[in-house]
Design a protein around this ligand. Structure first.
Ligand code: FES
Ligand code: FES
Length: 152
């Protein structure tokens, strides 16, 4: 039995330690906002925060999470930056099909936590690992800038 801290709550899970965190979130904790895409760290749809840093949950085993706090898309709106990012996403009507968007929001929130006033190069660098098959990149960049402007 492992005890994880997810979105501020302690959760016990009876899973093998080598199970990817993504599987635990989706199949054992019913936190299905975090998506499965490639399974090989290439698309970013599975991004969550571990100890405040964006992590590909398809690549991190649950045993390696340890006592570090995990935040998923279900919890990010409870943080000041996450709430700002989600509001900016709504105002810019960013999503198209939506599949990549949880990962995009998690990466954007991590960026703004780290660098509240990113320039275009900072945004490109932070978001490069999050693919969007619908091509919403221009709206993503606009929403990140709008969220940053609200912090200025
Ligand atoms: S599913 Fe994890 S990066 Fe694609
Ligand atoms: S909104 Fe469809 S993949 Fe990004």
């Amino acid at each position: 039995m492992l005890t994880l801290t997810i979105n501020g709550q302690s959760r016990d899970v009876d899973v093998p330690e080598d199970m990817p965190l993504l599987w635990v979130l989706r199949d054992h904790l019913n936190l299905v906002g975090t998506k499965y895409g490639c399974g090989i760290a290439q698309c970013g749809v599975c991004t969550v925060h571990v100890a405040g840093k964006p992590v590909r949950s398809c690549q991190l085993t649950v045993g390696d999470v340890g006592t570090r706090a995990v935040v998923t898309i279900e919890g990010i709106g409870g943080t000041p930056t996450g709430a700002k990012v989600q509001q900016a996403w709504i105002e810019a009507a960013v999503p198209q099909c939506g599949y990549c968007q949880a990962g995009q929001i998690m990466s954007a929130t991590a960026l703004l936590n780290d660098n509240p006033q990113p320039d275009d190069a900072d945004i490109d660098a932070a978001m490069a690992g999050n693919l969007c098959r619908c091509g919403t990149y221009i709206r993503i960049r606009r929403a990140i800038k709008n969220a940053a402007a609200k912090s200025a």
